[in-house]
Design a protein around this ligand. Structure first.
Ligand SMILES: [Zn+2]
Length: 425
């Protein structure tokens, strides 16, 4: 027998080729988890359809669904039949048992804190929001705010904190979701804060955190326009500019979970100073502090102590609506820079949809037709159509929903992928 040896001594053994994908990696979820996720995504679905969709035998689906029913995670529901009633056994479909678990999702922002409680099937049970004074908080202040808001929204839902299985929290800035670390955030005075562990200790519950733009993308993926899309982008404009990228139906975060910082991509060499300390970042032209900087200069408004940026921007917007050419030019210039950033996103990722989200989407001059024409001009001409751009000004509740989806994912992973023996069947 002839042996093949490429680039090695004989007898070294074979090193193999092809990607080294660990077992049960993100792309190879256990069948048990795939079955559960199929049922959850469908709402109600017959067993035989689950087997068809996953390309596995009905017998293995029956074994797994029996186990999931025994575990209280899914349930059998009498399914409505089309047309005339059929004799014999009633049609039965599978659905997630909504009462099995409840989770909370929260968004911590510069303007207000928002919270929702959803059941295991993702149905909204209660929501709440509390305004806050702008500016960074200490960790103790942030934990107080989280605890107070959680207790308020639990009271609205008529449950106690102990009835929750997990809490998801979104914060702006550089967040390592896997390690539960906030590396930097505009809402925290300190850097490198192990927020997930600290909040978990305070609340007595498992806590998962993520960058708020990722959570908007997750909300679109779970509840919104992104459910049926494999690759799409969410760009958020709030106090800063954020981005969430979904690749192959999953949030892409980068090797160190700190990528996709669209707000700090450079749109001008040696340009305007950004709050990250560097110059020429997209955020330094589009975010609200950039608009406020322009407004105070161009409209000759002195900075009043204690005046919030929100008040300043509202005033600028009112001037623009009333026909003030300078005020309009400020928004339009910011919008053209946004167009530059979006064209870079199109050229890099070729997404099927771009969703613009965030509080600043109320300022419609930012994405007026002529400003977004900048994106058309700067995206390379491949002969293929540009991705559609949708504006979703749904507000902080949607973001909190994304945080709830994060908590639901974590609870589900822990429950349905735990037993590898069953999964291997
Ligand atoms: Zn920057």
């Amino acid at each position: 027998m002839q042996t093949h040896n490429v680039g090695g001594e004989a007898g070294e053994g074979r090193r193999g080729v092809g990607p080294l994908i660990p077992p049960w990696s993100d792309t190879m979820r256990p069948l048990r988890q795939q079955v559960f996720e199929r049922v959850r995504a469908a709402g109600l679905i017959p067993r035989v359809q689950v087997a068809k969709d996953l390309g596995v035998s009905p017998a293995s689906v029956t074994t797994i669904t029996s186990d999931l029913i025994d575990a209280g995670l899914i349930e059998e529901v009498a399914a409505p039949r089309d047309g005339e009633s059929v004799r014999g056994r009633p049609a039965v479909a599978l659905g997630v048992r909504a009462a099995a678990h409840r989770v909370a999702g929260m968004k911590i922002s510069d303007r207000e804190h928002t919270a929702v409680i959803v059941d295991f099937a993702g149905n909204l049970i209660a929501d709440d929001a509390v305004p806050r004074r702008p500016g960074p908080m200490t960790l103790a202040e942030l934990l107080d705010a989280v605890e107070t808001l959680l207790d308020r929204v639990c009271a609205k839902a008529g449950i106690s904190r102990a009835d929750l299985s997990a809490v998801g929290v979104g914060v702006p800035g550089f967040v390592d979701s896997l390690e539960g670390m906030v590396l930097w955030s505009s809402v925290l005075a300190d850097r490198a804060v192990p927020l997930a562990a600290q909040a978990s200790a305070r609340l007595g519950l498992p806590v998962w955190i993520d960058n708020d733009a990722n959570l908007v993308a997750l909300a679109e993926l779970w509840f919104g326009a992104g459910r049926g899309l494999s690759d799409f982008v969410v760009v958020t404009i709030e106090h800063g500019v954020g981005m969430g990228l979904v690749l192959n139906h999953r949030i892409y975060r980068g090797a160190q979970r700190v990528g996709l910082e669209l707000g700090h991509t450079k749109v001008q060499l040696d340009g305007a100073l950004c709050r990250c300390g560097q110059r020429g970042c997209l955020e330094a032209y589009v975010a609200d502090y950039a608009l406020a900087r322009e407004a105070t200069t161009a409209l000759n408004w002195g900075h009043k102590e204690g005046q919030s940026i929100g008040v300043l921007l509202e005033s600028l917007y009112d001037h623009a609506k009333a026909g003030n050419a300078t005020a309009r030019s400020i928004f339009r210039r910011a919008g053209r820079f946004l167009g530059v950033g979006l064209s870079n996103v199109v050229n890099l990722f070729d997404p099927s949809l771009i969703i613009l989200s965030g509080d600043r989407m109320r300022y419609d001059y930012l994405y007026a037709t002529e400003t977004l024409a900048e994106m058309e001009n700067l995206a390379i001409n491949t002969g293929r159509p540009r991705p559609p751009i949708e504006i979703h000004a749904w507000g902080d509740l949607l973001w909190a929903h994304g945080a709830a989806a994060l908590a639901l994912s974590a609870v589900t992973e822990g429950l349905v992928s735990a037993n590898r023996d069953i999964a291997a069947q």
